[in-house]
Design a protein around this ligand. Structure first.
Ligand SMILES: Cc1cc2nc3c(=O)[nH]c(=O)nc-3n(C[C@H](O)[C@H](O)[C@H](O)COP(=O)(O)OP(=O)(O)OC[C@H]3O[C@@H](n4cnc5c(N)ncnc54)[C@H](O)[C@@H]3O)c2cc1C
Length: 409
């Protein structure tokens, strides 16, 4: 890694760092420059007694899920197992276990980092604490992480799966969901979505390609009755579902459930938003935009970031929006390059229509290249500290193929 950085710098070439290659705007690669591809750095070692996982900077989450499951634990991450540990973690990381165990950064204990000058440092609460603070949400701005140390959490079997309702009921279902989920026990995760039912055997044929709204549940433990009891008030209040499918499964099976829907190579455009409340007007926007999902792969997710993430203060890590209850992503996806403009237009329209009901920042991992003002709005009061850390660790902005914190700002 140090050699790649030195080569790029001495030849004045742009330098991209590639983890899992899932980044929306494509920051894991660059044209006419150097790509430091971390994929061979995927060693994992566990200390089950101390509940610590040491994970190579180029790991995919599926590798971590498989290893930690062996000892009945998990590192809280996202919802697609082909995503890279590097990009997801450095941006923040939300997924099925977030309400219970916090963001991925809330489970980060330390990191080995190669800095712009090629030196290797260990960052944690005691060593390079400013760097450690910035790594937790500030993206790949400060160095190349060659190894992450995570706190593992108790998680082996989960009761998980979707409930679908007709897309025409989106606003009504959301009005039930918005107050239900915040009051639910933290053992229950349940993110909201609008989507088109994939034409796969997992779902009944009469639902294939039907647009629906959904909650994707994940209840910790193997007790299906406890899970059903936790979900029941939502089902009772939201009205008849088209499908209710939660069942017990190993945690890595849940993590890989959606992998097949999002293979590499598809067109991909997205916009994000933080959400604190879902007023009736916003619920109506979600319904209207759900009814016009532009392609079968396109979707909208409202990931829960309430619960454990809110036990951490807004300046304790670079992730500022601790008061948000959801992190929203609007995703246009399709295999056909001819749809690119349609996907983009739908995401931008959705983003503009929801803007009056959301603050101006968004999760950096759900943003395209949207300019410095959007990045500032995302970090709010933490932005100036991020600039100071950037000036100290990367004054020449060697690491700039990312949601960039500019040292000169
Ligand atoms: C199908 C899909 C599902 C997703 N689901 C979720 C989800 O559930 N939750 C969630 O929080 N996010 C999710 N994301 C978003 C994801 O977190 C971001 O796209 C993230 O950037 C992907 O990280 P990566 O390592 O795969 O990407 P890459 O494209 O390889 O890298 C992304 C950025 O991170 C930097 N980077 C990567 N590794 C390192 C490293 N070791 N050191 C320094 N910098 C590094 C790169 O330079 C680049 O700027 C999803 C994305 C996709 C495509």
């Amino acid at each position: 890694v140090a050699a790649a950085i030195a080569f790029a710098r001495s030849h004045e070439l742009p330098l991209a760092i590639r983890g899992g290659g899932h980044n929306g705007p494509g920051f894991g690669a660059c044209d006419d420059g150097v790509v430091a591809d971390l994929r061979p750095m995927h060693a994992i070692s566990l200390d089950a007694g101390a509940r610590v996982a040491k994970v190579g900077g180029g790991c995919l989450w599926q590798e971590v899920d498989a290893a930690t499951h062996e000892v009945g634990m998990a590192v809280p991450c996202g919802i697609v197992s082909t995503t890279g540990v590097g990009g997801l973690t450095l941006g923040g990381g939300s997924g099925h276990l977030t309400r219970k165990y916090g963001l991925t950064i809330d489970n980060l204990l330390g990191a080995e980092v190669v800095l712009a000058d090629g030196t290797l440092v260990h960052a944690d609460a005691d060593s390079h604490p400013d760097l450690f603070w910035a790594l937790r949400g500030g993206g790949g701005n400060f160095g190349v992480v060659t190894s992450f140390q995570f706190q593992m959490q108790q998680c082996s079997t989960v009761v998980a799966g979707p409930t679908f309702w007709p897309i025409e009921q989106t606003a009504e279902v959301l009005k039930v969901y918005r107050s239900f989920i915040g009051a639910a026990p933290r053992d229950l995760g349940g993110w909201f979505a609008t989507l088109t039912v994939p034409p796969v055997d997992l779902f009944p044929a009469d639902l294939h390609l039907r647009k629906v709204c959904a909650v994707l549940w994940c209840h910790l433990g193997e007790d299906t009755e406890a899970a059903a009891a936790a979900i029941a008030p939502m089902l009772d209040a939201a009205g008849p579902a088209l499908l209710h499918g939660p069942g017990a499964m190993p945690s890595p099976a849940l993590q890989a459930l959606f992998d097949g829907l999002y293979p590499p190579g598809h067109q991909w455009y997205w916009r994000g938003a933080f959400v604190t409340e879902i007023p009736d007007e916003a619920a109506a926007v979600h319904q209207a935009m759900g009814e016009t999902l532009p392609t079968p792969g396109s979707t909208m997710h409202l990931y829960c970031v309430d619960g454990a993430p809110q036990d951490v203060g807004p300046t304790e890590t670079a992730w500022s929006f601790r008061e948000a209850n959801w992190s929203q992503v609007m995703i246009g996806v399709d295999p056909d390059p001819a749809t690119a403009t349609t996907l983009r237009d739908w995401c931008v329209e959705y983003s503009e229509r929801i803007a009056p009901y959301t603050p101006s920042g968004a999760y950096i991992n759900f943003m395209m290249e949207e300019g410095t003002s959007r990045i500032r709005a995302t970090y709010r009061d933490n932005y100036d500290r991020l600039v100071r850390v950037k000036r100290h660790y990367d004054p020449e902005n060697t690491f700039r193929i990312n949601q960039n914190i500019q040292p000169a700002a």
